[in-house]
Each structure stands twice: as structure tokens, then as C-alpha cells.
Design a protein around this ligand. Structure first.
Ligand code: PLP
Length: 348
């Protein structure tokens, strides 16, 4: 597979750690192979004494049905952060390779590159409409560009990025194109999961932190060609998802309908809030959002942000972010929380 040629040489050659559970994966037996404590854990539930399933087989089977992909196309990580970090480390050689990001966007892509000593090339989205300038992105690609990160719906702008321009990147670039779909549940737009069969260089990221309401568990998903997932499995920490998290995830996956209800409620609240915000005299613009937040342009964004903090209402000041002059980002709260927000804003 062509994209695998772009892996770092040491990753291509890496012999992964082999855990006790890799060498014998049966469930029955007297387990004296992993130096675990046979007397049980010192918590009320006693079964945390055993190492968890390193490849989360049961969890992935259940998830594969929900997502319509096969288990071997799924990597689960300690947040999307792990999926981003491992990908950068697998493909990018420090001091030599580069990634491309499309500001204004999520900050973690560049942080992972910075940690790895990898250059981040920036090609801004188009002003106001926040779409990809495909020609400029492909011109920024050079022989050592390994990954392009696209975020859709994009954070902090909230809009969906045009499907055809993402496909143009997938077709015009030999490296990995990541489509970060952290907010995919909040939009009607179709996920790129359906494109996995067409593109070997596509990695789709999703998360349990937003629509599923499980940010504290730290659970991210990467979906890709099985050969790319094998790379993830080779370089991840052996037991990267703990037992408690795997159990809670199995429970969560039985409650998809509750997730969908919550998404609908938040989307309704978002549209209500957008209308109310527009009535404020100092609000200039609400950017159309298909996520669980609004990007709002206003007079004196910093001042508004600071005044709200005095009322213990915390929003995100984005006014120093490129192409987000004068903007704040407001997460959609409960009906009650949004009311508190509006009351504070009206009192300014
Ligand atoms: C919130 C968010 C994530 C989720 O990160 P986790 O590490 O899974 O919590 C990923 N990408 C974007 C763009 C986000 O806004």
C-alpha cells in the first residue's frame, strides 16, 4: 500500500512489545502469565486486577455495527489526541518532515507536530466562509509533507468543509489526509466513513467527548484502511484503554438513542441561542454552525469575555485567532445555562 511507504523507517521496522495477553488470548484458564494480583483489586469491584483486552475486541465489534465499518478499520485511543499524536509520530521524522493544517482550526495537530519536532505548514481557510483553498494547499505540499489535517465541522468556526475539496486533497496528495469529525453527530452532512473504501490514505477521526457526553473517559476513534490500523496497533501503548473505560463504553453504545436525543436538543438550543444573540446591539455576526457551539463576532469580544467571567459565565475568547478577529466561541449549554448566559449578555 503506497501510503505505508511514507512511514518512518524505524516504524516500518519496529518489532512491537508483546504482552502476556498477546501471546495467550483465551479467556479460560489459570492465569499465571502477567504478574497480576490473583487476590483481586482493593476496590469494591474486585476484577480490575487483570490487564484489559489490548485490542478491545468486544467494544470494537459493537462499535463496528453502529458505524458501518469493520472492526479492523477501528483504532480506539485515549482521546482523539492519542490518534493524532500516534499518526504524527508514525509518519513524521523530526527536523525533516512536515504536516499541513488549515487555520483557523483545532490546535492539537500543531502541538503534536511541535512535540515531535516536525514543521507545521499553514494554509488558511478562505475568510468568512472557512472553506479549503485546494490549490494553495496542494502548492504547499512538498516531498516531505506527510499529513494534511482537515476538520469538518471545523472548530472553532462550526461549518462543514466542502466534500469535493476534501476529495480533491485525497486524490491530489499521496500522504495521509485526516478528516477530524469530532462534531459529525451535530450535522446532517454525511460522514467520510463511507469514503474509506475509496481512499487508502484517509483517516477519519471521531470522539466520544462531544455528542456522547464522555469527555472525562478520554475516548477517541480513528477509522482507516486495516493496514493503517495495524500501524496504530503496533505503536500504541499495549493497554491504552483501561478496563473501566471499556466497560463504560459498552454501556454507552447501548444508549445511542439517548445520544441522538441529546444532539437534537442541543441543536434546537443552538438555533434559539443564535437568534437571541443576534438581537444584542453589539453582536455583528453569528457564523452558521453545524456543531455544538457558535462562533460570534462582536464589538469588544475581549471585554465581553472578561465581563462574563465576573458573572461566572465562561466562554472562549477567539479574537486573537487568525480570521477570527473580534470573535468568541460559545458552547451550547442546557436551556437554563443559555438563559443565564443571555441574561448576563443583556446586562452588559
Ligand atoms: C473536541 C475535539 C476533539 C476531541 O478530542 P478528544 O481528545 O477526543 O477529547 C477532536 N477534534 C476536535 C476538532 C475537537 O474540537
Amino acid at each position: 500500500m503506497k501510503v505505508l511507504d511514507l512511514l518512518r523507517d524505524n516504524i516500518k521496522q519496529l518489532k512491537p512489545y508483546s504482552s502476556a495477553r498477546d501471546e495467550y488470548s483465551g479467556v479460560e484458564g489459570v492465569f499465571l502469565d502477567a504478574n497480576e494480583n490473583p487476590l483481586g483489586s482493593v476496590t469494591e469491584k474486585k476484577h480490575y486486577n487483570r490487564y484489559p483486552d489490548p485490542f478491545q475486541v468486544e467494544v470494537k465489534e459493537k462499535l463496528s455495527l453502529i458505524k458501518g465499518v469493520s472492526s479492523d478499520q477501528i483504532f480506539l485511543g485515549n482521546g482523539s489526541d492519542e490518534a493524532i499524536d500516534l499518526l504524527v509520530r508514525a509518519f513524521c521524522e523530526a527536523g525533516k518532515d512536515n504536516i499541513i493544517v488549515l487555520p483557523p482550526t483545532y490546535g492539537m495537530y500543531q502541538v503534536c507536530a511541535d512535540i515531535q519536532g516536525v514543521e507545521t505548514r499553514k494554509v488558511n481557510l478562505t475568510p468568512e466562509t472557512f472553506q479549503i483553498d485546494v490549490k494553495a494547499v496542494l502548492e504547499a505540499v512538498n516531498a516531505t509533507t506527510k499529513i494534511i489535517f482537515v476538520c469538518s465541522p471545523n472548530n472553532p468556526t462550526g461549518n462543514v468543509v466542502g466534500r469535493s475539496s476534501i476529495k480533491q486533497l485525497l486524490e491530489g496528495f499521496d500522504g495521509v489526509v485526516v478528516v477530524d469529525e469530532a462534531y459529525i453527530d451535530f450535522t446532517e452532512e454525511e460522514s467520510f466513513l463511507s469514503e474509506l473504501k475509496n481512499y487508502e490514505n484517509l483517516v477519519v477521526l471521531q470522539t466520544f467527548s462531544k455528542a456522547w457526553g464522555l469527555a472525562a473517559l478520554r475516548l477517541g476513534m480513528a477509522f482507516a484502511h486495516p493496514e493503517l490500523i495495524k500501524v496504530y496497533n503496533k505503536i500504541k501503548y499495549p493497554y491504552n484503554l483501561n478496563q473501566a473505560t471499556q466497560e463504560l463504553l459498552l454501556e454507552a453504545l447501548d444508549n445511542e438513542s439517548l445520544k441522538n436525543e441529546n444532539v437534537e436538543e442541543l441543536n434546537t438550543e443552538r438555533e434559539k441561542l443564535a437568534k437571541q444573540l443576534l438581537d444584542l446591539p453589539y453582536v455583528q455576526k453569528i457564523y452558521p454552525s453545524e456543531a455544538n457551539f457558535l462562533l460570534v463576532k462582536m464589538d469588544d469580544a475581549r471585554g465581553v469575555y472578561e465581563s462574563l467571567i465576573k458573572d461566572l459565565v465562561i466562554i472562549r475568547d477567539r479574537s486573537k485567532v487568525v480570521l477570527c478577529d473580534g470573535c468568541v466561541r460559545i458552547s451550547i449549554g442546557t436551556k437554563e445555562e443559555n438563559l443565564v448566559l443571555m441574561n448576563s449578555l443583556k446586562a452588559l
